[in-house]
Write a protein that binds this ligand. Structure first.
Ligand code: ADX
Length: 415
């Protein structure tokens, strides 16, 4: 059985008080997961905890407080070894991370039957028929281990998997035991035999993996899981999306965005939020200027709001200049797992935008009165990854919005 590295409550209180004088390290979400596995003894005997850190130069014997993102001291690390990129040390556990989800499933299983096989339900569904059949053929008691390591409780991947698994338990001749572990899905493959043994199982199921949840066909699932699966992984028509328009000032982004907003509202079925560049600069980013750093912060804020809207099934229309590729990609990476993301380059030529000069800002930029002006004295990275490129000199704003609607329809986001 697992052997815990947690200090007794008295020692933990003393160490926690002393640790205010020692350096602190804030652990990443995946480090917190690994720490919890070590503290509960599930990784077995090990040669210390390793932190990949370059910013600290410790001495052997130094003690450090390992904290989670909220600042709670989870463990004390005593340095035994270090190099330029890593620190290794021994652990004393102060407290385990607190989990609010699936309380009963978070306790380690007690008294598993002899011969139990552990099934790590991370990328695959034991409810997927080929997996289900292979599991039945084992004729062994089963322990479903659901990896639930995530930075964000709102990430529903393990919630959905636990619900689907719960729905299937009675389909097995002997209902499997279920437990939730602090593991990032797919992580620590080499440690899984050890984890399984410390949980009391005799081995790990290595049978067929199902496709990812988004590509699985409900027909390939046990009927008992199909309803729950459909509820957890709705079709695109019931998921949110973000339309992200990027382009020069005066390119027509705002007009296209407003026509698109009206068209989506006419169609109905989704809440629509317009995050126009100028509006955002008044409401969300009024203190920001136009340096690279400030523009990036502005785009990250817009991306965050759009990600929340998308996650909750709404439609977000963003229309900032967003001149930098790296930050646009970062926004895409945040939103894509939550719903649709359509990057639209409003590629009206700069000369046309300058000619229009509705706000007189191009004239001021040419005169050097307005500095760092996109296209004149500040760069614009043309998006190679745009799904649509629309030029408002050759199409009306209505036609541009219609092209976006057609794309959303083709992707199944609109019925
Ligand atoms: S972004 O670069 O951070 O995406 P954003 O879309 O919010 O820019 O704001 C652009 C709007 O701010 C422009 O339409 C223009 O009206 C105004 N603006 C003022 N100064 C600048 C500048 N130096 N560069 C670009 N736009 C500017």
């Amino acid at each position: 059985m697992a052997h815990s590295l947690l200090a007794d409550p008295g020692t933990a209180a003393v160490l926690r008080a002393e640790s205010v004088h020692w350096p602190s390290i804030t652990l990443t979400p995946s480090e917190v997961c690994e720490l919890e596995l070590q503290l509960t003894g599930l990784l077995g005997s090990h040669d210390g905890f390793v932190l990949l850190r370059t910013e600290i130069a410790p001495a052997i014997g130094d003690r450090m407080a390992l904290r989670n993102a909220e600042g709670l001291v989870l463990a004390i690390l005593t340095v035994t070894d270090f190099s330029v990129e890593a620190i290794r040390g021994t652990l004393i556990g102060i407290q385990l991370p607190v989990h609010f989800d699936f309380g009963t499933l978070r306790s380690l299983p007690n008294g598993l039957s002899a011969g139990t096989v552990a099934v790590f339900a991370d990328t695959h569904h034991p409810a997927h028929l080929p997996t289900f059949e292979a599991l039945g053929a084992l004729e062994a008691p089963l322990l479903f281990v659901v990896p639930a390591g995530s930075a964000d409780l709102a990430d529903n991947s393990h919630f959905a998997r636990v619900r689907c698994l719960r729905a299937t338990l009675s389909a097995f001749a002997t209902p499997p035991t279920l437990c939730v572990l602090p593991l990032i899905p797919g992580s620590l493959p080499e440690a899984r035999e050890t984890i399984a043994r410390h949980l009391g199982a005799c081995g790990v199921f290595g049978g067929p993996q199902s496709p990812s949840e988004r590509t699985i066909s409900p027909d390939a699932l046990l009927p008992a899981a199909a309803d729950e699966f459909a509820r957890s992984f709705p079709p695109n028509s019931r998921r949110g999306f973000t339309v992200f328009l990027t382009g020069f000032s005066g390119s027509g982004k705002s007009t296209v965005a407003r026509v698109l907003e009206a068209r989506l509202l006419e169609l109905g079925g989704r809440e629509v939020t317009l995050l126009d560049g100028d509006l955002v600069r008044q409401r969300l980013s009024s203190e920001l200027g136009f340096s690279r750093e400030h523009r990036n912060l502005n785009i990250l804020r817009i991306g965050y709001v759009a990600s929340v809207i998308t996650k909750n099934g709404g439609a977000a229309i963003c229309a900032p200049i967003a001149p930098y590729d790296t930050i646009r990609k970062e926004v895409r990476a945040t939103i894509e797992p939550l719903g649709g993301f359509v990057l639209v380059h409003i590629n009206t030529p700069l000369e046309v935008c300058e000619q229009r000069d509705v706000k007189g800002l191009y004239a001021k930029a040419r005169a050097g009165i307005v500095k760092e002006f996109t296209g004149i004295s500040d760069p614009y990275d043309v998006p190679e990854d745009a799904t649509l490129r629309l030029d408002t000199t050759t199409r009306t704003a209505e036609a541009c919005a219609e092209a976006i609607i057609s794309h959303l329809r083709a992707e199944g986001f609109l019925e």
